[in-house]
Design a protein around this ligand. Sequence first.
Ligand code: ARG
Ligand code: ZN
Length: 494
Amino acid sequence: MYRRLIAPGALAVSLMLAIPASADGYSPGAPGIGDPYYPVYGNGGYDVAHYGLQLKYQPTTDLLEGTATIRATATQNLSRFDLDFGLTVSEVRVNGAKAAFTTSGDEELEITPARGLPRGAPITVVVKYSGTPSDVELFGFTSWMRTPDGGIGANEPESAAWWFPSNDHPLDKATYDVSIEVPDGTRALSNGVLTSTTTRHGRTRSTWRSDRPQATYLATLAIGKFDVSTAKTADGLPVVNAYSTDLPAATQDGARASLERTGEVVRFLEGYFGRYPFNAVGGYVPNVTAGFALETQTRPFYSPKFFAKGPNLSVVVHELAHQWYGDSVSVHGWRDIWLNEGFASYAEWLWSEDQGEGTAQELADYVYAQHPADDPFWTVAPGDPGPTHQFDDAVYDRGALALQALRNAIGDHAFFAILKGWPQQHRYGNATVQEFEAYAERVSGQRLGALFDTWLYQPSKPAAPAAQAAGVRAAGTPAKPASWTGMARGHGTR
Ligand code: ARG
Ligand code: ZN
């Protein structure tokens, strides 16, 4: 489902105006959803409501077999439409009838239904497929990461096409049922709540349900030997955490000492961002070599590297903060990435402040001083970094500095009202940086154009804002706050 950025009434009117005089013109849906950073990501012409995935996986051979049932609605009179997908398709049905299909270029599965699909019509697409996800290279990388006993799907800005066909862009969110059969003794995890587990002939099938709108890159699948811990938060939210049994003991300990505090962190973040938006929470730490984490909805993926030297609450705070900033409120287009990374990084600073490990201001001073004016760090504009710099440190660290500058300019009262109001305003939807700027101006009653321009868009080091210094700090290099880990978030090895 995707929400447009105009009121429903206005949408109805604009749709009516767009209807051609003779409504029998059927045309192919666009091969991309219209994101200037990634022109072929997502597709046009339809809007997905639900993905039902029925899967089987063989850890020994890395063979994934599946049937995807996609419920969607045509948003134009459609003669043909695309899904984004990398595995081998054997059959496609649209509304029960076999449909013709071809694969063209990078991850485009072109489907021609037996008859045209009128605008507004419900569409059920069934895709049968199989393949070896880690063999599929799309855009020069694979997102399916093999482990000795299984594999996991987690990446950004895309990861779905390695395991299911989709409209692969955050603008088209949907709900998910993921049912996956693996050999007994192997665990299979996905997003949301585990609704059933059945065992038969040496195979176990687990079914997971994620019942709130979810972007495709936030859908995850983890298969392998895991220790799974379950609990409930004080509010009754089910918690599922999973740890690969193969991790070194020290990493296991560090991971547990961090993820088992998930409920406490959620509670902390609710104080700033409002009520937690989903039906479950948790996280998983598989035995992968990748060095990043990802805010996969309700169940973040964490590289074991984060916990090799002991507990790391910063990364847990970061990925859980994304549940509001990134998952519930998602980017409209990938240029809006600051709305995810700037805020999740700032949440780490709030946690640090609360723990007495350095205030947000101390962290801001430290980051600001770390990068001299000629550091290329300052040439990346967090408000529009470009596709090749989407996950640069600047999007995270300068992104958080921008929020500290905003806090100093408008004061704590307005600043925290904005942090809490924004996820409420756009819950389960999408939003742009520009909308955030307008929202901040509205709530604070101040004109903030110059501030946002300085911190989000200028390719140079901003002059230190005078307000923050105001006789509070001694001159010299700011000390490194205790909470500073210096662990890059965006560029962990794949
Ligand atoms: N959104 C993730 C995070 O901030 C970063 C993902 C970066 N992607 C990658 N393949 N390294 O935690
Ligand atoms: Zn992040």
